[in-house]
Design a protein around this ligand. Structure first.
Ligand code: ADP
Ligand code: ADP
Length: 228
């Protein structure tokens, strides 16, 4: 369970990107955060695993307030995995295998365990057989899958994906959503941002609407977009 309490965040240049945000997300929920560009979605997501530290307020994960000690940040980042909007921000190894192995290797797992996690994660995103390929030569959809596999290899309880379907053709976007629905059915909490009403209606059990750094609405897709 994630609790965001009175979260306010101001960037070093003085831009206040989030103002007094309060939200609760339960275990296993499928949630979306929507809002125009600049609304604060990415800034909110970067708080959920401690990459950004609130200017005011707090983030509580499973009843524990993030305290930003080094050891705790390592633990939180294993529990809460973030997939950035642009996979190129996340894929930097010469091969797909090395990219997916990076996280579990940093956890200090044995070589066998790392290899097993790479195999399993690539299989779950439909990328088995791509181990030796260079990530930067893959298509947008394939890169996205590898980025998701890299997070899955950490065995997170919560996955946060910034615009996971933006820039993909509709068929590839649907395949990514299928993967996320399957992860959700296994009990992983999945949080996405999106602009695509159809995808949101299909995916999100609950939607939070951000505008200019404020949370202005919260509800089901039907409540937010109106019933068809
Ligand atoms: P969204 O993800 O909804 O597009 P962001 O969280 O990226 O919104 O941005 C929220 C606000 O914070 C915007 O006004 C944006 O320009 C600003 N912002 C984002 N990143 C930075 C940064 N590194 N430094 C200063 N301002 C930033
Ligand atoms: P998104 O809408 O997907 O959040 P943005 O265009 O808001 O993307 O931001 C893209 C990148 O630029 C992010 O890394 C964000 O932190 C950074 N950024 C956005 N606004 C600013 C800003 N005003 N000053 C510095 N960096 C910014």
């Amino acid at each position: 369970m994630i609790q965001v309490k009175n979260l306010t965040y101001t960037y070093p240049d003085g831009t206040t990107a989030l103002r007094n945000i309060n939200m609760e997300i339960g275990r296993g929920e499928r949630v979306a955060v929507i809002g125009p560009n600049g609304a604060g979605k990415s800034t909110l997501f970067l708080h959920l695993n401690g990459i950004l530290r609130p200017s005011a307020g707090e983030i509580i994960i499973d009843g524990e307030k993030i305290n930003y000690s080094k050891s705790e940040l390592i633990r939180i980042r294993q529990k809460v995995g973030i997939v950035f909007q642009n996979p190129d921000d996340q894929l930097f190894s010469p091969t797909v295998r090395d990219d997916v192995a990076f996280g579990p290797m940093n956890l200090g797992l044995s070589e066998d365990e790392v290899e097993e996690r790479v195999r399993e994660s690539l299989e779950r995103v439909g990328m088995s057989g791509y181990e030796e390929r260079a990530p930067h030569h893959l298509s947008g959809g394939e890169k996205k899958r590898v980025a998701i596999a890299g997070i899955l290899a950490m065995k997170p309880e919560i996955m946060v994906l910034d615009e996971p379907t933006t820039g993909l053709d509709p068929e590839t976007a649907d395949e990514i959503i299928e993967i996320l629905l399957e992860l959700s059915s296994e009990g992983i909490t999945v949080i996405i941002s999106s602009h695509d009403v159809e995808i949101l209606s299909q995916f999100a059990e609950r939607i939070f609407v951000l505008n200019s750094g404020e949370l202005i609405a919260e509800g089901t897709a039907g409540e937010i977009f109106g019933e068809p």
